[in-house]
Design a binder for this molecule. Structure first.
Ligand SMILES: CCCCCCCCCCCCCC(=O)SCCNC(=O)CCNC(=O)[C@H](O)C(C)(C)COP(=O)(O)OP(=O)(O)OC[C@H]1O[C@@H](n2cnc3c(N)ncnc32)[C@H](O)[C@@H]1OP(=O)(O)O
Length: 242
Protein backbone atom coordinates (compact mmCIF):
# COMPACT_ATOMS: atom_id res chain seq x y z
CA UNK A 1 0.00 0.00 0.00
CA UNK A 2 2.79 2.39 1.00
CA UNK A 3 4.67 1.58 -2.20
CA UNK A 4 1.69 2.24 -4.40
CA UNK A 5 0.94 5.51 -2.57
CA UNK A 6 4.54 6.58 -3.07
CA UNK A 7 4.25 5.76 -6.76
CA UNK A 8 1.08 7.82 -6.97
CA UNK A 9 2.79 10.70 -5.22
CA UNK A 10 5.61 10.52 -7.74
CA UNK A 11 3.07 10.82 -10.53
CA UNK A 12 1.61 13.82 -8.73
CA UNK A 13 4.75 15.83 -9.44
CA UNK A 14 3.07 17.08 -12.60
CA UNK A 15 0.17 18.41 -10.56
CA UNK A 16 2.56 20.77 -8.83
CA UNK A 17 3.46 22.48 -12.09
CA UNK A 18 2.20 26.00 -12.62
CA UNK A 19 -0.39 26.42 -15.36
CA UNK A 20 2.21 28.05 -17.63
CA UNK A 21 4.39 25.00 -17.25
CA UNK A 22 1.71 22.63 -18.42
CA UNK A 23 2.96 20.77 -21.43
CA UNK A 24 2.35 17.62 -23.32
CA UNK A 25 4.45 14.64 -22.34
CA UNK A 26 7.56 14.68 -24.48
CA UNK A 27 7.42 18.37 -25.31
CA UNK A 28 10.38 20.69 -24.85
CA UNK A 29 10.18 22.59 -21.54
CA UNK A 30 9.13 26.13 -22.29
CA UNK A 31 8.83 25.62 -26.04
CA UNK A 32 5.14 24.76 -26.04
CA UNK A 33 5.88 22.49 -29.01
CA UNK A 34 6.17 18.78 -29.35
CA UNK A 35 9.77 17.74 -29.69
CA UNK A 36 10.45 15.03 -32.18
CA UNK A 37 10.77 11.83 -30.24
CA UNK A 38 13.59 9.47 -30.83
CA UNK A 39 12.33 6.16 -32.18
CA UNK A 40 13.79 4.44 -29.14
CA UNK A 41 12.38 6.44 -26.24
CA UNK A 42 8.76 6.62 -27.24
CA UNK A 43 7.83 4.74 -30.34
CA UNK A 44 9.37 1.39 -29.60
CA UNK A 45 9.12 1.23 -25.81
CA UNK A 46 6.73 -1.48 -24.76
CA UNK A 47 4.28 0.17 -22.36
CA UNK A 48 2.77 -3.07 -21.09
CA UNK A 49 5.58 -3.78 -18.65
CA UNK A 50 5.90 -2.93 -14.93
CA UNK A 51 6.60 0.71 -14.09
CA UNK A 52 7.06 2.57 -10.78
CA UNK A 53 3.55 4.01 -11.22
CA UNK A 54 1.98 0.56 -11.02
CA UNK A 55 0.28 -0.34 -7.76
CA UNK A 56 1.17 -3.49 -5.86
CA UNK A 57 -2.09 -5.10 -7.03
CA UNK A 58 -1.22 -4.49 -10.67
CA UNK A 59 2.27 -5.95 -10.21
CA UNK A 60 0.93 -9.03 -8.43
CA UNK A 61 -1.63 -9.68 -11.15
CA UNK A 62 1.01 -9.11 -13.81
CA UNK A 63 3.26 -11.70 -12.15
CA UNK A 64 0.34 -14.12 -11.90
CA UNK A 65 -0.41 -13.86 -15.62
CA UNK A 66 3.27 -14.00 -16.59
CA UNK A 67 3.37 -17.35 -14.77
CA UNK A 68 0.43 -18.51 -16.88
CA UNK A 69 2.46 -17.55 -19.96
CA UNK A 70 5.23 -20.00 -19.07
CA UNK A 71 3.51 -23.04 -20.63
CA UNK A 72 2.54 -21.03 -23.73
CA UNK A 73 -1.22 -21.13 -23.09
CA UNK A 74 -1.31 -17.37 -22.43
CA UNK A 75 0.61 -14.63 -24.19
CA UNK A 76 1.31 -11.11 -23.03
CA UNK A 77 0.45 -8.54 -25.69
CA UNK A 78 2.99 -5.73 -26.01
CA UNK A 79 1.63 -2.20 -26.41
CA UNK A 80 3.08 1.05 -27.75
CA UNK A 81 2.32 4.75 -27.68
CA UNK A 82 1.62 4.84 -31.36
CA UNK A 83 -0.74 2.31 -32.86
CA UNK A 84 1.44 1.23 -35.76
CA UNK A 85 4.94 0.49 -34.57
CA UNK A 86 5.36 -3.27 -34.70
CA UNK A 87 5.32 -5.16 -37.96
CA UNK A 88 1.90 -6.59 -37.10
CA UNK A 89 0.48 -3.17 -36.52
CA UNK A 90 2.14 -1.93 -39.70
CA UNK A 91 0.14 -4.58 -41.52
CA UNK A 92 -2.97 -3.19 -39.87
CA UNK A 93 -2.03 0.29 -40.92
CA UNK A 94 -1.88 -0.87 -44.51
CA UNK A 95 -5.62 -1.54 -44.28
CA UNK A 96 -6.14 2.13 -43.48
CA UNK A 97 -3.76 3.57 -46.03
CA UNK A 98 -6.43 4.92 -48.35
CA UNK A 99 -8.55 6.14 -45.45
CA UNK A 100 -6.15 7.95 -43.12
CA UNK A 101 -7.45 11.50 -43.04
CA UNK A 102 -4.26 13.11 -41.61
CA UNK A 103 -1.12 14.28 -43.36
CA UNK A 104 2.03 12.26 -42.65
CA UNK A 105 3.64 14.94 -40.46
CA UNK A 106 0.59 15.00 -38.19
CA UNK A 107 0.30 11.23 -38.24
CA UNK A 108 3.85 11.00 -36.92
CA UNK A 109 2.73 12.93 -33.83
CA UNK A 110 -0.45 10.93 -33.29
CA UNK A 111 -0.55 8.81 -30.16
CA UNK A 112 -2.78 5.98 -29.12
CA UNK A 113 -5.36 7.65 -26.82
CA UNK A 114 -4.90 5.14 -24.02
CA UNK A 115 -1.11 5.62 -23.99
CA UNK A 116 -1.11 9.41 -24.08
CA UNK A 117 -0.95 10.22 -20.38
CA UNK A 118 2.08 10.49 -18.16
CA UNK A 119 2.86 7.28 -16.32
CA UNK A 120 0.32 6.52 -13.61
CA UNK A 121 -2.07 9.42 -14.32
CA UNK A 122 -4.09 7.79 -17.07
CA UNK A 123 -4.51 4.26 -18.29
CA UNK A 124 -2.06 1.64 -17.05
CA UNK A 125 -2.88 -1.75 -18.49
CA UNK A 126 -1.58 -5.01 -19.86
CA UNK A 127 -3.47 -7.56 -21.91
CA UNK A 128 -2.98 -11.29 -22.01
CA UNK A 129 -4.38 -13.58 -24.69
CA UNK A 130 -5.36 -17.23 -24.58
CA UNK A 131 -5.74 -18.54 -28.13
CA UNK A 132 -7.44 -21.86 -27.27
CA UNK A 133 -10.07 -20.18 -25.10
CA UNK A 134 -10.39 -17.08 -27.32
CA UNK A 135 -10.02 -14.92 -24.25
CA UNK A 136 -8.28 -11.61 -23.68
CA UNK A 137 -7.79 -10.45 -20.11
CA UNK A 138 -6.88 -6.84 -19.46
CA UNK A 139 -5.51 -5.95 -16.04
CA UNK A 140 -5.80 -2.23 -15.59
CA UNK A 141 -5.46 0.70 -13.23
CA UNK A 142 -7.21 4.00 -13.97
CA UNK A 143 -5.16 6.97 -12.73
CA UNK A 144 -6.00 10.33 -11.18
CA UNK A 145 -6.71 12.08 -14.49
CA UNK A 146 -9.52 9.66 -15.30
CA UNK A 147 -11.89 10.81 -12.60
CA UNK A 148 -15.62 10.89 -13.17
CA UNK A 149 -17.66 11.03 -9.96
CA UNK A 150 -15.39 12.23 -7.10
CA UNK A 151 -12.91 9.46 -6.32
CA UNK A 152 -14.24 7.13 -9.00
CA UNK A 153 -13.23 6.23 -12.52
CA UNK A 154 -15.06 8.01 -15.33
CA UNK A 155 -17.51 5.70 -17.10
CA UNK A 156 -16.11 6.76 -20.46
CA UNK A 157 -12.62 5.77 -19.34
CA UNK A 158 -13.89 2.35 -18.38
CA UNK A 159 -15.77 2.11 -21.69
CA UNK A 160 -12.49 2.89 -23.44
CA UNK A 161 -10.71 0.08 -21.61
CA UNK A 162 -13.56 -2.28 -22.46
CA UNK A 163 -13.47 -1.18 -26.12
CA UNK A 164 -9.74 -1.83 -26.49
CA UNK A 165 -9.99 -5.17 -24.69
CA UNK A 166 -12.91 -6.45 -26.77
CA UNK A 167 -11.39 -4.92 -29.92
CA UNK A 168 -8.07 -6.61 -29.24
CA UNK A 169 -9.85 -9.93 -28.73
CA UNK A 170 -11.57 -9.57 -32.10
CA UNK A 171 -8.40 -8.32 -33.77
CA UNK A 172 -6.19 -11.13 -32.51
CA UNK A 173 -8.76 -13.61 -33.80
CA UNK A 174 -9.60 -11.97 -37.10
CA UNK A 175 -7.22 -9.14 -38.01
CA UNK A 176 -8.04 -5.44 -38.32
CA UNK A 177 -11.50 -4.54 -37.00
CA UNK A 178 -13.47 -1.44 -36.07
CA UNK A 179 -15.94 -1.12 -33.24
CA UNK A 180 -19.48 -1.05 -34.63
CA UNK A 181 -21.38 -1.38 -31.38
CA UNK A 182 -20.70 -1.35 -27.64
CA UNK A 183 -23.25 -2.11 -24.94
CA UNK A 184 -22.15 -1.50 -21.36
CA UNK A 185 -23.96 -2.02 -18.04
CA UNK A 186 -22.33 -0.15 -15.18
CA UNK A 187 -23.15 -1.98 -11.95
CA UNK A 188 -20.73 -0.74 -9.30
CA UNK A 189 -18.36 2.24 -9.67
CA UNK A 190 -14.63 1.64 -9.86
CA UNK A 191 -12.52 3.50 -7.27
CA UNK A 192 -9.88 5.70 -8.90
CA UNK A 193 -6.37 4.17 -8.81
CA UNK A 194 -7.78 0.73 -8.04
CA UNK A 195 -7.04 -2.27 -10.23
CA UNK A 196 -9.75 -4.14 -12.11
CA UNK A 197 -9.71 -7.17 -14.36
CA UNK A 198 -11.53 -7.13 -17.69
CA UNK A 199 -12.21 -10.70 -18.74
CA UNK A 200 -13.32 -10.94 -22.36
CA UNK A 201 -14.51 -13.82 -24.47
CA UNK A 202 -15.01 -14.14 -28.22
CA UNK A 203 -18.57 -15.50 -28.34
CA UNK A 204 -19.35 -15.79 -32.02
CA UNK A 205 -18.03 -14.99 -35.48
CA UNK A 206 -20.48 -14.49 -38.35
CA UNK A 207 -18.70 -13.60 -41.56
CA UNK A 208 -16.98 -10.27 -40.85
CA UNK A 209 -18.86 -9.77 -37.55
CA UNK A 210 -17.08 -10.57 -34.29
CA UNK A 211 -19.21 -10.68 -31.14
CA UNK A 212 -17.26 -10.28 -27.91
CA UNK A 213 -18.41 -9.98 -24.30
CA UNK A 214 -16.74 -9.19 -21.00
CA UNK A 215 -17.12 -8.57 -17.33
CA UNK A 216 -15.10 -6.21 -15.17
CA UNK A 217 -14.29 -7.37 -11.66
CA UNK A 218 -12.26 -6.21 -8.70
CA UNK A 219 -8.93 -7.92 -8.03
CA UNK A 220 -10.51 -10.13 -5.33
CA UNK A 221 -13.31 -10.97 -7.82
CA UNK A 222 -15.91 -10.08 -5.18
CA UNK A 223 -17.24 -7.00 -6.96
CA UNK A 224 -18.78 -7.14 -10.42
CA UNK A 225 -18.27 -3.58 -11.64
CA UNK A 226 -19.44 -3.79 -15.22
CA UNK A 227 -20.62 -6.07 -18.01
CA UNK A 228 -20.25 -5.34 -21.69
CA UNK A 229 -20.71 -6.69 -25.17
CA UNK A 230 -19.30 -5.45 -28.43
CA UNK A 231 -19.68 -5.98 -32.15
CA UNK A 232 -16.52 -5.57 -34.23
CA UNK A 233 -16.47 -5.58 -38.01
CA UNK A 234 -13.47 -6.95 -39.80
CA UNK A 235 -12.19 -4.42 -42.29
CA UNK A 236 -12.11 -5.26 -45.95
CA UNK A 237 -8.76 -4.54 -47.58
CA UNK A 238 -9.07 -1.77 -50.12
CA UNK A 239 -12.51 -0.61 -48.91
CA UNK A 240 -12.31 3.04 -47.88
CA UNK A 241 -13.61 3.91 -44.43
CA UNK A 242 -14.70 7.39 -45.37
C1 LIG B 1 -8.10 -0.07 -34.83
C2 LIG B 1 -6.77 -0.75 -35.19
C3 LIG B 1 -5.53 -0.01 -34.57
C4 LIG B 1 -4.73 -0.90 -33.63
C5 LIG B 1 -4.51 -0.31 -32.30
C6 LIG B 1 -4.50 -1.30 -31.16
C7 LIG B 1 -5.74 -1.18 -30.31
C8 LIG B 1 -6.73 -2.28 -30.70
C9 LIG B 1 -8.12 -2.08 -30.21
C10 LIG B 1 -8.89 -1.15 -31.09
C11 LIG B 1 -10.04 -0.60 -30.34
C12 LIG B 1 -10.37 0.80 -30.78
C13 LIG B 1 -11.46 0.69 -31.77
C14 LIG B 1 -11.99 2.02 -32.15
O1 LIG B 1 -11.90 3.00 -31.48
S1 LIG B 1 -12.77 2.02 -33.65
C15 LIG B 1 -13.45 3.67 -33.73
C16 LIG B 1 -14.93 3.70 -33.48
N1 LIG B 1 -15.62 3.03 -34.52
C17 LIG B 1 -15.90 3.62 -35.69
O2 LIG B 1 -15.58 4.76 -35.92
C18 LIG B 1 -16.60 2.75 -36.70
C19 LIG B 1 -17.45 3.57 -37.64
N2 LIG B 1 -18.15 2.65 -38.51
C20 LIG B 1 -17.58 2.19 -39.65
O3 LIG B 1 -16.48 2.62 -40.02
C21 LIG B 1 -18.30 1.15 -40.42
O4 LIG B 1 -19.68 1.19 -40.12
C22 LIG B 1 -17.77 -0.28 -40.16
C23 LIG B 1 -16.27 -0.36 -40.56
C24 LIG B 1 -17.91 -0.67 -38.68
C25 LIG B 1 -18.55 -1.27 -40.95
O5 LIG B 1 -18.59 -0.80 -42.26
P1 LIG B 1 -18.42 -1.79 -43.50
O6 LIG B 1 -18.78 -1.00 -44.70
O7 LIG B 1 -17.08 -2.44 -43.49
O8 LIG B 1 -19.46 -2.93 -43.20
P2 LIG B 1 -20.98 -3.00 -43.64
O9 LIG B 1 -21.70 -1.71 -43.43
O10 LIG B 1 -21.00 -3.61 -45.00
O11 LIG B 1 -21.55 -4.04 -42.56
C26 LIG B 1 -21.04 -5.36 -42.47
C27 LIG B 1 -21.99 -6.13 -41.56
O12 LIG B 1 -21.92 -5.56 -40.22
C28 LIG B 1 -23.21 -5.10 -39.82
N3 LIG B 1 -23.06 -3.85 -39.06
C29 LIG B 1 -22.27 -2.82 -39.36
N4 LIG B 1 -22.37 -1.86 -38.41
C30 LIG B 1 -23.23 -2.34 -37.49
C31 LIG B 1 -23.72 -1.83 -36.27
N5 LIG B 1 -23.35 -0.63 -35.80
N6 LIG B 1 -24.57 -2.59 -35.55
C32 LIG B 1 -24.95 -3.82 -36.01
N7 LIG B 1 -24.51 -4.35 -37.16
C33 LIG B 1 -23.66 -3.62 -37.89
C34 LIG B 1 -23.97 -4.85 -41.12
O13 LIG B 1 -25.36 -4.92 -40.92
C35 LIG B 1 -23.46 -6.01 -41.96
O14 LIG B 1 -24.10 -7.19 -41.54
P3 LIG B 1 -24.61 -8.27 -42.62
O15 LIG B 1 -25.57 -7.54 -43.48
O16 LIG B 1 -23.37 -8.71 -43.36
O17 LIG B 1 -25.22 -9.36 -41.79
Amino acid sequence: MLRSCAARLRTLRVLRRQPGDARLPGSQPGSGKLRSFSFEDVTEKDQALPKPSWSKDLRLLFDKFMKKCEDGSWKRLPSYKTSYTTSTIQDIRAFFSGSIPLKEELMSQARLFTRSFEDGLGFEYVMFYNDDEKRVVCICQGGLYLQGPPGFLHGGALATLIDITLGTNAMVAGGPVMTANLDISFKRPVPLCSVVVINSQLDKVEGRKFFVSCNVRSVDEQTLHTEGTGLFIKLEPGKSLI
